[in-house]
Design a protein around this ligand. Structure first.
Ligand code: GDP
Ligand code: GDP
Length: 453
């Protein structure tokens, strides 16, 4: 599981600046799901070989009232889901009463907290920081988020104590032989395990109903387990003679009150589930069409490289005219994930649910289909023959050979001259060419380019 870092602090101390530096802004998922505050942002970050989730909790001051108090409550929920809290303060403002208010909130949370003194650029950080020691919250780190100063040291200090719990992300090993062997080893491990299937989607799209439908009603009571908001439930099951583990983000429990609808939904939980899964089943609501949040989730799923099946739920009781409109809209807006199978289902009545698993299995098999150097090189040569790579700075790009770099998602590494300069259109052509040649439905395909032989 990826570690989760929460950024906390009063407004204007530099939380968004640090968030943007750590994540790719384009990946930020803004939590404007119903019932959650608008200004909470989630992103995945890969920073100097480490991967983690960052949550910008929005501003809390520790002395909110009324609606602000509810927002602050949401920020505190975000803190509950975090492994580490970075409490940002402003070197230029010094210690303020609001900082003290926040520190009192944080003390109750019993989480590891690091005080991060931001905006030390052009200052003598040490003297400005001295005041903050009086908060009595352990270690103190100085950064200038806007300039990137101190940020890698910060990440190192924050994440290295967690290394025992969380594994580092691996980078490409040194040689191609090793890399190929490594990929094949991982493939063997993958194939020996059950298929991990995560069911994700916005609140109220029908995830619980679908999970219940898949499991059969009597299982529901068994899984009425306590857990934190952040934990998904892992449910082993069998289907068509295959072993699965269902990663249930909806929390199939009996709902006690309406507000549970919101409370059981957690973006961190959703992101963790996607990372854990082999195949993601994204549920969207036919009656609402494709919402911004569906697209954000798709962005995350694509980034994670997981296989994908899309279930358009609540297909019951719609008239044909509406169905046609919905289908058109889906075609238009989901073009960028055209490798994923779409299913029109009713979790409530069960129609279409059985066929989902055919696509899940296909998506898994595509993602874990063994590919070897000669096969990949042959396909590359055919593609090159059908459609010559363009000239770049007056020289023809030349692809020489390809090998497998990983599975789930399949990674194809192409070596050659100037291959990194291939235009995006040609890269897309190659991806589609491999997809068709290898009949890989349901999984993204990643192509990496390496200069030289
Ligand atoms: P947030 O409200 O906590 O998210 O704060 P922002 O990230 O929006 O930053 C507030 C202001 O502080 C902006 O004008 C930033 O440009 C500025 N700021 C952020 N980091 C730094 C820094 O390292 N040095 C300086 N001098 N200014 C910074
Ligand atoms: P979750 O928040 O994604 O887990 O959504 P739920 O499974 O709790 O469903 C939200 C609401 O949508 C409930 O009232 C369900 O009865 C309803 N619902 C779920 N699936 C369907 C469906 O296929 N058709 C219709 N008409 N309603 C559904």
């Amino acid at each position: 599981m990826l570690p989760v870092i929460a950024l906390v602090g009063r407004p204007n101390v530099g939380k968004s600046t640090l968030f943007n530096r750590l994540t790719n802004t384009r990946d930020a998922l803004v939590a404007d799901f119903p019932g959650l505050t608008r200004d909470r942002k989630y992103g995945t970050a890969t920073f100097e070989l480490r991967q983690f989730i960052v949550v910008d909790t929005g501003g809390i001051s520790g002395n909110e009232q009324g609606i602000d108090a509810r927002m602050a409550h949401q920020s505190l929920l975000a803190i509950e889901e975090a492994d580490v809290v970075l409490f940002l303060v402003d070197a230029r403002d010094g210690l303020t009463p609001t900082d003290i208010g926040i520190s009192e909130h944080l003390r109750k949370q019993e989480k590891p907290v690091h005080i991060v003194v931001n905006k030390v650029d052009g200052l003598d950080g040490d003297s400005e920081s001295a005041d903050f020691y009086t908060l009595g919250m352990g270690s103190l780190l100085q950064i200038a988020a806007a300039h990137g100063r101190g940020v890698s040291k910060l990440i190192e200090a924050v994440l290295s104590p967690l290394d025992k719990i969380f594994k580092d992300m691996h980078v490409a090993p040194p040689s191609i032989e090793e890399e190929t062997i490594d990929a094949q080893e991982k493939l063997k491990q993958l194939q020996a395990q059950p298929i991990k299937l995560a069911i994700v989607g916005k609140p109220n799209v029908g995830k619980s109903t679908l999970t219940n439908r898949i499991l059969g009603e009597e299982r529901v009571v068994v899984y009425d387990l306590p857990g934190t908001t952040r934990d998904s439930i892992f449910i082993p099951m069998q289907r068509d003679g295959r072993e699965y583990v269902l990663i249930d983000t909806a929390g199939v429990r009996k709902r006690k009150k309406v507000s549970d609808v919101v409370e059981k939904f957690s973006i961190v939980k959703t992101l963790q589930a996607i990372e854990e899964a082999n195949v993601v089943l994204l549920v969207v609501d036919a009656r609402e069409g494709v919402a911004e949040q569906d697209l954000s989730l798709l962005g995350f799923i694509l980034n994670s490289g997981r296989s994908l099946v899309i279930a358009v739920n609540k297909w019951d009781g719609l008239d044909n005219h509406v169905k046609d409109q919905v289908k058109k809209e889906l075609d238009r807006r989901l073009g960028f994930v055209d490798f994923a199978r779409l299913h029109f289902i009713s979790a409530l009545h069960g129609s279409g649910v059985g066929h989902l698993f055919e696509s899940v299995q296909e998506a898994y098999e595509s993602a874990t289909k063994r590919i070897n150097t000669s096969m990949l090189t042959d396909i590359m040569e055919m593609a090159q023959h059908d459609h010559q790579p363009p000239l770049v700075r007056g020289r023809r790009v030349k692809m020489k050979y390809a090998h497998a770099g990983g599975y789930n998602p399949p990674v194809i590494v192409i070596h050659g001259n100037q291959v990194k300069d291939l235009p995006d259109a040609y890269k897309r052509f190659l991806t589609n060419y491999y997809r068709r040649s290898l009949s890989m439905m349901g999984t993204p395909i990643k192509i990496e380019f390496r200069e030289g032989s």
